[in-house]
Every structure is written in structure tokens, then in C-alpha cells.
Design a protein around this ligand. Structure first.
Ligand SMILES: [Zn+2]
Ligand SMILES: [Zn+2]
Length: 379
């Protein structure tokens, strides 16, 4: 059975076409080159999201999802449904499971499962980490999502993939990195970042550095936007009902989240927020106070500046969220994780590891981190 995942769709919050595939929507025209790249034009809201090769995307995504499912057993590697029953043991005594929908039987590679408790809110950030490729200091794009409340890592992925990928999905480094955001002021940095998005050949085409694998290495490096769509599809299958998402300031993360949970967002049931932080002193118990409001960039997004002593936080509701919520949101889970990560030997030697090995190290570090967290009561 072939499940098709939509990637070419309107991604505007508030548009009636949000998340609808081209086959189900009369308001689209494509390809449209008005912005200089092939885009889908949504006539209902006037947006021009870049077009993807949907077939190549689905070929890679189905391989990626099947691989994840065979490893963990949280959903079916064939049809991606979650109704799974225990189905005896194989001759070596390991547990087999069966999908109740399509009857597929398989043996998850990881037998010891941590119970997956649906989070109230998911926090996602990106990291750029050096690896050893065809020369030193190649860069891997890493996405990490956390349960924003318990702090545990929910999913970690990189733009390295072992699966076959079509040409249009591959990352192409053109030799010019996006300029660093030198501004000391957090409000100016948000503004500069919006300018970076506009300078890209298309909004989702980040140029973050060279990422050449070793000669003859298996696998490929994906465009980060493709890795992001894969990343959030896994989380959406695991947690279809999560209504609050916090992401760092990157426009294609916004697009990937809103596409994966499009049904919820179309019904205006979800909240999606950009957050940027500048922590100049350790966080205290003093409440954060609202300081000012600003507008930035092409989309004229509204940002709120919050302060606590020397600490600053910028919060941008992408789906019309309210201020009470803004006060509660942060990048705390990822902040703690990164502090811990920097103390791990395996991580500090990342520049000597291949991309594939680094990916494995990241997954094992995430498990180690989760195991050391206090167990939540599971309510
Ligand atoms: Zn639209
Ligand atoms: Zn199935």
C-alpha cells in the first residue's frame, strides 16, 4: 500500500487550502516562476511556496519512515499505522509484532522500549556539527525535538541519509555561507535573520556550509528542508494530536511543522511559535516581563520582546497565539540538552567521525540523556 505524503501545498496559516494536496484544490496554479523559482501559487492567500519533486520526496520519505519503524516498532513499516499487537517470538526469543491494519509482521531491532508519552508541547531546534568527509570540517545539519515539559529528546535526525535519494533532494553547496549574525542585540538579530531568508535563492534553500561525504561513502546529504519534512512526519505519526510547537527562527521549519499537522492548523487548533533566546545569566525565578513589540521581514511577523534581568527572549506567534502563552514558552529543554551535550566526549570529537557514525552517536547520546532524566509519572 502506498501512502502519499503531501509536500506541495499551501503553507499559510489561516488559508482554507492549508495542507491540501494539488489534486484536491482548484485554487492552485503551478509551476509559477514569479519569485524566480518554480512555485505553487495559492490564489486564495496569494502565497508562493517552492515546489518539490513530490515523487522523489515520497520515495525517500517512505524508506525513511519504514527504517524508523523497523528500528523502534512504534508504528507499521508498511502502512505507518500505530495499532500494533505482540505476535509471538522469533526463534531467538525476540518479540515479534503485527500491524492490525495491514497484518505486516516484523521484529523491531530495539527490543527495550521506553514508553512513549505524548507531549503537550514539542520544542525543536537545529544544530550544525562538523564531521569528517572528503576533507575535514564538513558540516552536518541536525534537528532535535524535545518534550518541552519533561525535557526528553523525542526525535533526532540529520540531513545525512542512507537511503537512495533523487537528485532534487540533495544538498548543493554553492560556496557562499549566509553571513553571521554579529549583532549584539537580539532584536537586530531577528531582523537580520529575516533578511537572510530573503537573500536565499528560495526561502527554504539554506546554505550552511560544505557537506561532502567521504569518497565512496554510502548515503547522501539531503537539503535541510527535506530532512525537516521527514523529521516532523515521524513526530506527526507518533503524536498526531500535539497542539503546541516551539521552533527556532527558521522559515522552513515553520513550513514543515505546519504541513505535517496541517489538519489541526487548518481547524485553528494548533499553536506554532518562533523563539529566540539570549541568556546572559542563569535563569532565575523572577517572572519574565513583556518589554516591547516589533515587526520584521517579508511576512511582517509580530515579535514580542521579553526580559528577565539580563536575559532576553523574542517570541513570535505564527498562528495568532496569545500573550499568556508567550510568557510560558521558552527553549529551555534544548538549552539544557546542549549544555549536557557539550560535556560529552563522543560529541566533542565529532569532526573526526563520518556522517553516518556521527548520526549513530547522536541517537545513542539522546538515549543516554533520556535515561538520566527523572522519569515522569506518565500522566
Ligand atoms: Zn493559501
Ligand atoms: Zn500496517
Amino acid at each position: 500500500m502506498l501512502t502519499l505524503f503531501t509536500i506541495n501545498t499551501c503553507k499559510s496559516f489561516g488559508c482554507r487550502n492549508l495542507g491540501l494536496p494539488v489534486s484536491a484544490c482548484a485554487d492552485y496554479s503551478w509551476p509559477d516562476y514569479r519569485l524566480g523559482y518554480p512555485a505553487l501559487h495559492c490564489r486564495a492567500c496569494g502565497s508562493y511556496p517552492p515546489l518539490f519533486d513530490e515523487l522523489q520526496f515520497n520515495e525517500w520519505l517512505s524508506a525513511y519512515l519504514s527504517d524508523y519503524a523497523s528500528e523502534y516498532g512504534h508504528f507499521c513499516p508498511e502502512c505507518y499505522r500505530k495499532e500494533i499487537i505482540c505476535y509471538g517470538h522469533n526463534p531467538r526469543g525476540t518479540q515479534r509484532v503485527q500491524c492490525r491494519a495491514c497484518r505486516k509482521v516484523w521484529t523491531p531491532k530495539r527490543q527495550k522500549q521506553r514508553k512513549v508519552v505524548p507531549p503537550e508541547s514539542i520544542e525543536t531546534v537545529s544544530l550544525i556539527v562538523p564531521f569528517q568527509g572528503n576533507s575535514s570540517e564538513q558540516k552536518l545539519y541536525v534537528l532535535i525535538s524535545f518534550d518541552a515539559v519533561s525535557g526528553s529528546v523525542l526525535h533526532i535526525s540529520t540531513n545525512f541519509t542512507q537511503h537512495l535519494v533523487g537528485e532534487t533532494l540533495r544538498y548543493r553547496w554553492r560556496g557562499i555561507i549566509e553571513p553571521d549574525l554579529h549583532h549584539s542585540d537580539i532584536v537586530n538579530r531577528v531582523d537580520m535573520r529575516e533578511i537572510q531568508f530573503l537573500r536565499r535563492s528560495q526561502f527554504d534553500e539554506i546554505q550552511y556550509g560544505s557537506a561532502m561525504l567521504k569518497r565512496n561513502a554510502r548515503g547522501a546529504i539531503l537539503r535541510p528542508v527535506i530532512a525537516a519534512h521527514g523529521h516532523f512526519r515521524v513526530l506527526n505519526i507518533l503524536f498526531p494530536q500535539v497542539k503546541t510547537h516551539v521552533i527556532s527562527h527558521e522559515c522552513f521549519l515553520r513550513g514543515a511543522v505546519i504541513t505535517a499537522w496541517a489538519d489541526l492548523f487548518r481547524q485553528r487548533e494548533g499553536g506554532l511559535w518562533y523563539i529566540e533566546e539570549e541568556m546572559n545569566e542563569s535563569e532565575s525565578d523572577i517572572p519574565w516581563t513583556f518589554l516591547s513589540k516589533t515587526q520584521h521581514g517579508w511576512w511582517q511577523t509580530q515579535w514580542q520582546l521579553w526580559g528577565q534581568g539580563e536575559n532576553r527572549r523574542m517570541v513570535c506567534p505564527l498562528t495568532g497565539g496569545d500573550k499568556c502563552n508567550a510568557k510560558m514558552l521558552s527553549l529551555r529543554a534544548s538549552r539544557y540538552f546542549r549544555r549536557w551535550l557539550n560535556g560529552q566526549d563522543e560529541f566533542s570529537h565529532s569532526a573526526k567521525l563520518s556522517a553516518g557514525r556521527l548520526m549513530q552517536i547522536f541517537i545513542s547520546l539522546a538515549h543516554k540523556y533520556n535515561d538520566k532524566l527523572p522519569q515522569t509519572s506518565g500522566e
